[in-house]
Write a protein that binds this ligand. Structure first.
Ligand SMILES: Nc1ncnc2c1ncn2[C@@H]1O[C@H](COP(=O)(O)OP(=O)(O)OP(=O)(O)O)[C@@H](O)[C@H]1O
Length: 532
């Protein structure tokens, strides 16, 4: 597939993202200025549950920051992050910020992007797919091969060229629905990595009529980077479809006024897509026949995006096929999804629960950080550890610990939240390739990293929530980094206070497992314990 010249530009922009200030299209005062738009009076409230939600959106949006100012907020955040950087380099040669005391909770969009960047293959999931059809009498189609979908040969070549032999679990059911005639609306939920992006990319490529030189499929994604990731999948899959073209409606992609887009597929972020549909009229929303809303959970967690999505949706015709995807399905996502997708068919693939079955857990008692460090060295002295991940609460502790471990002769990678997502992906990749044996990190990677050789996870600091209680979910995700792929793993928790002991007890109760004490200075006992 021939992609637009913009593709090349965007790649450049992406690489230099952290260095360049983004370019924002300017917008006149007062938002988008849709005729008849109501203004909300200060203090009045908006009831989004009413049927007139579209009006409510207008009202709410009139008081909310405009799309451009919402984007501008992102730029402010970027520049704040940049201005908080000191010039000191960490052991990876990266810049360490002054704001090192903070814990690291990555934003959902960053987390999602990181997962996409570091993922190597489909996430295995043995759960059954649940299908809820709008018309329970219609037969339930599921396909076992891509041939069953009767795709155009050039598209089938694209799919096989990507190394896909057969549809993933979610694709088996979702693809026949997405390709059905007459079109069906779909809400699909499955954890990250189960093949949703590939599924709707295939649906869009199959849906368009290449002879029609106007946008027919519109896909919105929460961030610029995520939109580019989707674009890459479409470009790869559509490699043998030379007449299908793709445009990116993302910030900085400026077009001449009066331009009418000729590309059949448009991917973009909600603010720019809105501008392109309403303000600049580059896209005729009435001619869009497939609308894809990706990462709905991230979308609604991003300020302004939910309402922008509603506004885009309101421009589309009733016949437009609506598809919505989400990795999670809390009530808020569900409420949003039902408003965007009328009479949906629903497909869900529940996340496979992480298990502690293959992991031996211990705790060691230490008085202070120096003590914890000594205990860690003893662990290393007494055990053969393939690769380890050490979790710290703050960036400062993580940086301090990595420096000290390097002094002890370990090969250490440091991963914390001040790194740009691309840098984080690079650190993880090096570690995964065995170039470093120890990964010291904060919460930035408690979930999603699959490294086969991780035999030890250390909670240098136990995970706590904002109230100081045990954060059981994070504990599970952290120690779930070891004991994967059917191998045995070890988790060691460092307890440095009575409060720490209390947290450990809370974890034991929550998971209904006792965590025995370990004496890291007793090498013989430790070896015996680990080899049991
Ligand atoms: N049928 C398939 N066979 C083999 N690999 C596949 C198949 N479908 C997708 N993949 C691969 O699996 C990985 C995850 O797919 P994809 O990105 O589509 O998942 P996702 O559910 O959209 O994840 P996310 O929510 O993070 O975007 C990708 O590397 C993709 O190339």
């Amino acid at each position: 597939m021939l992609s637009s010249a913009w593709c090349l530009q965007t790649r450049c922009l992406w690489v230099t993202r952290a260095l360049k200030a983004p370019v924002f299209p300017t917008r006149p005062e007062g938002g988008l200025g849709v005729a008849g738009q109501q203004r909300k009076q200060p203090g009045s409230c908006v009831n989004m549950s009413e049927d007139s939600w579209a009006v409510s959106v207008d009202v709410q949006e009139a008081t909310a920051p405009s799309a451009s100012s919402a984007q501008f907020d992102i730029s402010k955040k970027t520049s704040r992050t940049r201005s908080s950087l000191s010039t000191r380099g960490d052991i990876n040669g990266n810049i360490v910020p002054r704001d090192v005391e903070r814990g690291d909770e990555p934003g959902p969009a960053d987390q999602s992007l990181l997962h996409k960047m570091i993922r190597r293959s489909l996430v295995r999931n043995r759960n059954e797919v649940e299908v809820l059809q709008r018309d329970p009498n219609s037969p339930l189609y599921s396909v076992k091969s891509f041939e069953d979908l009767r795709l155009k040969p050039e598209l089938l070549s694209g799919v096989y060229n990507m190394g896909f032999n057969r549809p993933s679990r979610i694709q088996e059911n979702a693809l026949p629905m997405m390709l059905a005639q007459p079109p069906l609306n779909l809400i699909a939920q499955a954890q990250s990595g189960t093949g949703k992006t590939a599924a709707f990319s295939l649906a869009m490529l199959s849906h368009v009529n290449p002879a029609n030189k106007w946008p027919q499929c519109l896909c919105i994604s929460p961030t610029y980077e995520l939109a580019l990731q989707i674009g890459q999948v479409i470009e790869q899959m559509g490699k043998f479809c030379p007449d299908v073209k793709l445009a990116y409606a993302i910030r900085g992609n400026r077009m001449e006024r009066g331009t009418k887009l000729q590309q059949q597929i448009v991917i973009g972020t909600p603010g720019t897509v809105l501008d392109w549909c309403i303000k600049y009229k580059f896209i005729d929303p009435k001619k869009i026949t497939m609308f894809v809303l990706d990462e709905a959970d991230v979308m609604i967690a991003t300020q302004g995006h939910r309402d922008q999505s509603f506004r885009i949706h309101r421009q589309l015709t009733k016949d437009c096929q609506m598809l919505l995807f989400s990795a999670t399905f809390e009530d808020s996502v569900w409420g949003f999804a039902k408003k965007v997708i009328p009479d949906p068919n629903i497909i869900r693939l529940r996340r496979e629960e992480e298990t502690l079955d293959t992991i031996k857990q211990y705790y060691v008692v230490c008085r202070e950080e120096e003590d914890k460090f000594t205990a860690l060295c003893n662990l290393y002295g007494g055990l053969t550890i393939a690769q380890a991940i050490i979790f710290c609460r703050t960036r400062k502790t993580a940086a301090w610990l990595s420096v000290n471990m390097v002094k002890e002769g370990h090969q250490v990678a440091l991963l914390s939240g001040e790194l740009a997502v691309e840098q984080r992906a690079a650190v993880i990749e090096r570690y995964r390739n065995g170039m470093e044996k120890v990964l010291v990190t904060t919460n930035v990677c408690s979930r999603g990293i699959d490294v086969e050789q991780v035999s030890l996870v250390v909670n240098f600091d136990l995970p706590v929530d904002i109230d100081g209680n045990a954060d059981n979910e994070t504990y599970l995700h952290r120690i779930g980094r070891t004991g994967r792929f059917g191998k045995r793993g070890f988790a060691v928790n460092m307890v440095d206070s009575e409060h720490g002991m209390d947290i450990l007890r809370q974890i034991e109760i929550h998971f209904n497992r006792s965590i025995p004490k370990l004496d890291p200075s007793d090498t013989a006992a430790m070896e015996k314990e680990f080899n049991r």
